[in-house]
Design a binder for this molecule. Sequence first.
Ligand code: MSP
Length: 656
Amino acid sequence: MEKKRFYITTPIYYPSDKLHIGHTYCTVATDAMARYKRLTGCEVMFLTGTDEHGQKIEDKAREAGITPQEFVDNIVRGDRGILDLWKLMNISNDRFIRTTDSYHVSAIQKIFKRMHDNGDIYKGKYVGKYCKPCESFWTDSQLVDGKCPDCGREVQDAEEEAYFFKLSKYADKIQHLLEDTDFLEPRSRVNEMVNNFIKPGLEDLCVSRTSFTWGIPVDFDPGHVVYVWVDALSNYITALGYDNDQYDDYDKFWPADVHFVGKEIVRFHSIIWPAMLMSLGLPLPKKVFGHGWLLLDGGKMSKSKGNVVDPYILAEMFGVDALRFFLLRTFPFGSDGNFSNEALIQTINVDLANDLGNLLSRTVSMVGKYFGGTLPENQAEDPEKDGELVGMASALRSRYEEQMEHFAFQNGLAEIFKVIDRANKYIDENAPWVLAKDMEANGSRLAHVMYNLLETLRVCAILLTPFIPTSAAEVLRQIGACEKCSTWDSAAQWGSLPQTAAVQRGENLFPRIDAEKALAQLEAAAEAAKKAALPDLEIEPRLEEKVDFDTFCKSDFRAVKVKDCQPVKKSDKLLKFTLDDGTGADRQILSGIAKWYKPEDLIGKTLMAIVNLPPRKMMGQESQGMLISAVHTEKGEECLNLLILDDKIPAGAKMC
Ligand code: MSP
């Protein structure tokens, strides 16, 4: 029989910065769904990738002094880049598209031309606002307090010759799609789209730019590049081989079963994307699911706020499976959730270390201790004592399936943990250590208690596979589950594990985390990361105000020679200089530079000072002027360098 097919996608990520835990959240969720569908026997296509064009990338590359292609290559393929991150997180994508891939580029040119030739794309003039970070055009009425409605940042005026897509033509069809079908979920997002975008009147969409070049050129009109969202959204079909020879899976997998997308890009996926497909005469995806954001202290994570959470640090400290599990166990997928390290540690300690980890280690070690690792065939059931656990575990797959089919990962996991909880209680109720005291009388009952625990672990581990693939496989290995009794089908068949299964002890899967120690470590890592993210070099901004020449000439800058230099008592900042300023009398200057210079290193040096400032008292001593130095900031650290002059310059020489 031919397998059912399932095509699922994540948004393709902007490689403008390294990805954070919020980005990881969506990809982990998509991975769990893809693995779940594979487990149930589907042939899955899981696509992710990178969205590499646009003005933001062009600007960032220019700032970095490299080409846009080099810039995106670094973030996609470089050390700890996007590909490394997905590998680390055990993401099982079947395909990875980069919008700079040449097959995609030429397919976009064909798609753009097709919509142009059928009259849905026409040439006009764009006058409006543009949000560079979001790569979004807005009309004045869409702005919130004059700022971008998505990110709240300043927008720029934009006016240029441009191509437009007749989005308005599709308004009614899209409204029907949103209101009368299950195309967009969760349902709350439908009202948002209809009320905020469709009801006020859908305007035609500007789909080409001429003011920058890092995009896919419109091949029939040089100077125009295709609007980055038209380029990006089409990835879902070009990656299957639509309008290109690179792949041949379009007929097999399109329409997609679901696009998982963050809530702020639901607009593009539920309005613009279906309209483009309608224009191309292609079937629409079956569903768009707009998930919530992971927030930090109630607000959005962003590099500019300096509050991004690094998935590398968390995965390396707590383990990939623990991090994956936390993301999907803690936050309802459709709503926002507040990320915190405390919650992460608590989830690991309670669910994984305490509930699942203990159930596994207690069970496996008892089977080892009481039966040498292999259960006997002769086992005694006790329907009264076993009924509830066996009933719950037998019904688990269908309860879990119901949640998973609705992308309710948190609820699916909750179902599993109800059973794990029940199994831990079952151990206490049946007190195997008491039964073991008289093996002759109770051995066969004890064997069955152990069997029920192994069976429960087996069913739970199979269903946990999409979330914690490595650990779930290890659970199955430790309880001696064979391949046949590790399948989706067998998860609904209580008793699939042979009665004489042999356990194999292994490592403690989820060691308990010392919260205090881990939090301190995380804080130190975050501090180090913050420092590393600081600009290498920061120079004070230039003053706008002009100084007239006569005023400038009133400042008397002179070469001075250091005759003596001493620290000032009770001050860790000040050094006291005795200087030869060429007048024959000593000049005393106090300078707050002790952090950077040792007094003895400066004796004999020729420096520059301004000598006609009014004298000033510091720590009870008079300072007659100021030494001149250069200041800048490096990695957040203030740096100061005295202006040290050539020794052949005589004391008192005027600087001009
Ligand atoms: N390039 C576009 C998507 C094009 S799809 C045709 C884009 N890229 S992005 O890198 O900015 O974001 C990718 C995804 O990460 C989005 O779905 C976005 O919602 C998600 N997230 C970014 N920060 C997030 C959180 N803090 N929490 C959850 N998801 C978040 O948008």
